[in-house]
Design a protein. Structure first.
Length: 438
């Protein structure tokens, strides 16, 4: 009898603690039933290990599924299937610790993945630095390069969903991928994009910022040299070199991103040259302080034939009119720097995750429709489905828009989840959820 009494006491205590904990949850500033998350695999069976689960790349596939890759001690490929409402791991990516903004789809539905080291991980910097002009910058570059000293280089893998999605993968399983080679020895692949004809991949490496292309028909890799030559450490993560984290391919075949001094650069495949446009992305440049730092692009999204939507590492969003050769600043949603992830919704809202690594991220949107509602603050992304599950997401590093308009958001923390938001919910009065503590 005492044994059963003890059992019920323990069960009540666990239930009570769960309920009390859930009451402290911070909720977003919109209708909360529109936000949820999914585990990356089946717990205790196929779920990707906590240390290997941060998500830094997502791809909305033409078939309706969402593909993603993780970053950590070992990188994994995974898929969200709308027909089952579940995430299924697709195995390890051989020799890879991370995938950073480097997934693309071709005209056949094949998925291309650019791998590397864990680029979300902050470096342990040298403490004892010799005195002298710019010695901090020189030592910082040595510390960054030392991370890649024995690294072979990131690979480009090809994954065929028609062949691989139907299998069951466990933690020790390898993904069914074809190795297309290492574009830049000793470097991670930092950003990847496919051209409009779907026959060439373009990428930028890290830390050397080498711009390369892969001809999908021939399999040949061509190195076009450095996309930018200046070494800038603009932060807010001071252990990163400022290298653009996105590329976008235009209908005329040109490739666009930011470069030296924050200027927009274009690569013209007809000439094989990388040239400055004279347009400059918004940010802090510190001209009076003899400082070489400049912001870089975080995301670039093609919106029509001649319009590019972008964000910068200083937290601004902007639009480039390519035909009119004009860059317009749309605003800065948050005082904190960085737009960590961004995607264009089917409702003509630009959804973005903003915030630095030492604080909790918040989601915003910017209205591009005729409504012209400007920015909306959705608040912290917290899911409360207690007593079953609950979680507040602090760090996010990837977003994409599914075919039905759902916004998928990849958490960039340990024990990460795949969040999703269904647009259409109303922002609460005053942009404040009255259930949150004050």
């Amino acid at each position: 009898m005492k044994r059963y009494t003890l059992f019920f006491v323990i069960a009540f205590f666990i239930t009570f603690c769960t309920v009390v904990h859930s009451q402290k949850s911070v909720n977003p500033n919109f209708e909360t039933h529109r936000l949820d998350y999914r585990d990356i695999g089946y717990p205790a069976a196929t779920e990707i290990p906590a240390d290997d689960s941060p998500i830094a790349s997502l791809l909305a596939h033409s078939g309706g599924k969402i593909y993603g890759a993780t970053t950590g001690k070992q990188s994994y490929l995974f898929v969200y299937d709308f027909r089952t409402n579940k995430v299924s791991p697709l195995g390890k990516l051989p020799g890879a610790k991370g995938v950073h903004h480097a997934m693309a789809e071709d005209g056949n539905g094949y998925v291309y993945i650019g791998t590397g080291l864990n680029e979300l991980e902050l470096l342990t910097l040298t403490r004892d630095i010799p005195y002298g002009r710019r010695m901090i910058e020189y030592q910082l570059w040595d510390d960054i390069k030392n991370k890649y000293k024995d690294f072979e280089g990131g690979h480009i893998f090809l994954y065929d969903p028609a062949k691989g999605d139907g299998d069951i993968y466990f933690i020790e399983s390898n993904a069914q991928v074809k190795d297309l080679g290492t574009p830049v020895p000793g470097n991670s692949i930092y950003a990847l994009a496919i051209n409009q004809r779907k026959d060439k991949l373009y990428g930028i490496s890290y830390p050397d910022a080498i711009f390369f292309e892969l001809d999908l028909a021939t399999g040949k890799i061509k190195n076009h040299g450095e996309w930018l030559t200046m070494k800038s450490y603009p932060g807010p993560e001071r252990s990163w070199r400022g290298v653009p984290r996105a590329l976008v391919c235009l209908p005329d075949g040109k490739v666009c991103s930011s470069g030296d001094n924050g200027l927009i650069y274009f690569f013209d495949p007809a000439t094989g040259k990388i040239q400055s446009s004279g347009m400059r992305i918004p940010g802090e440049y510190w001209e009076t302080q003899n400082y070489n730092g400049f912001p870089v692009v975080e995301q670039l999204i093609l919106d029509g034939d001649s319009s590019i939507l972008g964000s910068s590492s200083d937290g601004f969003i902007f639009r480039i009119n390519v035909a009119g050769h004009r860059l317009t600043v749309l605003g800065k949603p948050r005082v904190e720097r960085r737009v960590r992830a961004m995607t264009l919704g089917l409702d003509r809202r630009l959804y973005m995750i903003c915030g630095e690594k030492d604080n909790v991220c918040r989601m915003f949107s910017f209205d591009l429709s005729e409504r012209q509602e400007g920015f909306l603050d959705y608040g912290v992304l917290g899911v409360d489905r207690s007593p079953y599950y609950s979680k507040i997401g602090y760090q996010f590093d990837a977003m994409c828009t599914a075919a039905d308009g759902t916004i998928f958001i990849g958490e960039g923390d340990r024990r990460a989840k795949l969040f999703f938001y269904i647009p259409g919910g109303q922002i609460m009065k005053g942009g404040l959820n009255p259930t949150n503590p004050r």
